[in-house]
Design a protein around this ligand. Structure first.
Ligand SMILES: O=C(O)CCC(=O)C(=O)O
Length: 275
């Protein structure tokens, strides 16, 4: 049983926890009406995958691991959730940023019985920009238990450089090695050297974590799929960089050059809203 604290949206202590630990759990951040819309949209998204989706898993084995990105560009419900839902304001408050730019969404469905672990990684390793004001919000649409939840190396955002981007599957062609970054530490082999934190979650709860936070997940031994919508947000201080490795999502935005802020048509600024 994990006794790490969790917070309500708007609780000022959440900001301190986010800054110190690199991750915070918010309970009941997404209301029932949004969850119902997302559930419906996920069924449609799963049946109509986009150009950059992945599906990992061995034929004949239980529980594939499906992922897809930039759903907001193809599905109205994901677009409205990103632009009008509760997460942009939460992201802005925790980043302490005047502006909030929506980088991308990421749907993850880990099928029941899946042995596909999510490797330890940092989200910023896959991104086309640097900066400190950037975070991910991991919002499950199914109950998540300690057996299939996301795990974090507490405080790792404070010491970590940006590590090499690792593929989510050994058979993937993704190459994250072209920027001469250090490899991700083997957190599983040195778990005793870290404080690993994780939470059980219900739909509506979410985990919010800093872009350089080390995190990973086990497979999904439960009898139901683990469906999650992850959204990534950027604030005032982010700047585009020249990344040679593969990006995830594999998208650079239009007309962006190193040193520019990220906001553009592909990565829209959502707070303050731009007409
Ligand atoms: O859900 C998972 O297994 C991994 C999610 C993740 O790493 C992320 O959203 O950044």
């Amino acid at each position: 049983m994990n006794t790490h604290p969790s917070y309500s949206p708007g609780d000022p202590s959440a900001l301190q926890a986010f800054q110190a630990d690199g991750v915070v759990c918010l309970r009941g951040a997404i209301g029932r009406a949004w969850l119902e819309r997302l559930e419906e949209a996920v069924i449609h998204a799963y049946e109509n995958p986009g150009p950059d989706h992945f599906k990992f898993g061995e034929p004949g084995q239980a529980g594939a691991f499906f992922g897809d990105v930039m759903l907001w560009q193809r599905h109205k419900s994901f677009e409205e959730f990103a632009f009008e839902g509760p997460l942009a304001d939460i992201a802005g408050a925790l980043m302490k940023s005047e502006t909030v730019t929506f980088y991308h969404d990421f749907l993850l469905v880990k099928g029941s019985g899946s042995n596909k672990t999510t490797p330890w990684h940092q989200d910023q390793s896959y991104w086309c920009f640097e900066g400190n004001q950037a975070l991910t919000i991991w919002a499950p649409l199914d109950p998540v238990s300690m057996a299939n939840t996301l795990e974090f190396a507490k405080g790792s955002h404070l010491q970590s450089p940006v590590f090499e981007a690792v593929p989510f599957d050994k058979n993937s062609t993704f190459d994250g090695t072209r920027d001469a970054r250090l490899p991700v530490p083997d957190v599983d082999a040195t778990r005793h050297e870290h404080t690993i934190v994780s939470w059980e979650l219900q739909p509506g709860d979410c985990l919010i974590f800093h872009c350089r936070m080390l995190h990973g997940a086990p497979g999904n031994p439960l009898s139901h799929a683990r469906r999650v919508l992850s959204t990534c947000w950027a604030g005032d201080d982010v700047r585009v960089i020249d990344v040679k490795s593969d990006l995830a999502p594999p998208i650079k935005g239009e007309g962006l050059k190193p040193g520019d802020h990220l906001a553009c048509k592909t990565f829209p600024q959502v707070r303050p809203k731009v007409a």
